[in-house]
Ligand binder design. Sequence first.
Ligand code: SAM
Ligand code: ZN
Ligand code: ZN
Length: 355
Amino acid sequence: MALEIKKICINLTNNSKAMNLRCRCGDDCVKPAEKVLKNINRFYTPCQSCRDVKLNKFAPLRSQVNLEDIDADFGSCKCGKRHLDAVMAHVLKIMIETGLKTPEATLRDACVPLVTPGYPTRSVPYLPENSMVALADRMDKNCAKRIVEDVPEIKGVLNGNMRKTVGILDSNSDSHVYKLLAGCDMRCDVVQTPYGAICIYKHQGEIHIEFPKPVSPKVTALKRVLDEYNSPRVLDCTCGPGTLGITCLKAGAESVVFNDLWYPAARTATLNLEVNGFPVKIPKNLKELEGTSWSSPETPVALGDNFEVYSADLRELKSILDEQFDICIIDAFPGVETADLEDAVRDICREIVVI
Ligand SMILES: C[S@@+](CC[C@H](N)C(=O)[O-])C[C@H]1O[C@@H](n2cnc3c(N)ncnc32)[C@H](O)[C@@H]1O
Ligand SMILES: [Zn+2]
Ligand SMILES: [Zn+2]
């Protein structure tokens, strides 16, 4: 590690505080991983009294049920959960009433349901309170506010187009975010790894959507490389919310440097380190869960016993770090050319893994 960086890190260690997990909305949206994972396999399972809801997603909702009958009791159960379709019907009814959808709208037209914690289930999930963020490309504040107030399962409403990637594609692209219109968009995805499940939180308006699968192809590809090493030093060059670097720490990596050009991603990876049991130190003056830019790429956003987090262009990392790694992971967005990203780290690692 270069002398300059070492000095910065020592300074930061002395001038740092522990991270707290309070969400920027002021609520306790973020929980330690072990709490989320406890009984996660039953989180969306109906009880014996839960009601099945039979709605055709392709036919107008109002041809199947009187819209006036849809409220928080519609399809509800004493256990506090409701079939996903009942929740979607409630959201759609409000969208129709506020004029955002035509009276002929179907459940397919309503919104993208982003459940939290995101966890693959074999059958339709039954949702408890505050377990879904709704993403809709046509939405306004008034409707969003009503949805959050009236639909108990919805914790936040985002306005945006699912097909448009959130964040920054590469250094020459503009950033794009979804707009939070009501509630809170903090949600969690559970990612299974061979080293134990991990929880990846994110404000969904500022971090791209990745639907969790029972087995993550990215983690499988990473494991093949990790199997070749005993405690490797890893650089997670484009870490996003931190999934792959945290997987490496869980696998016993000697150290991991996390980096992402998009500061909200570096900030989110930092949060996820703490969530998954890797205690984080952050600069005292950093408002830990706020802000969209980090003006100091050469200074770590955060650090811990065996990791550091940076927010820099991957092309600059070599001069910032002056450090050698066993593995450099490059996981760019689909369609982003990685040749010059690979060139940028070739001299500082033994092996580059493009995922
Ligand atoms: C597909 S995402 C990474 C997802 C992450 N590996 C995970 O599994 O959670 C790609 C990331 O590359 C980052 N990125 C794009 N251009 C970059 C650059 N020039 N330097 C560093 N990071 C960059 C983006 O901000 C984005 O977070
Ligand atoms: Zn929150
Ligand atoms: Zn029930």
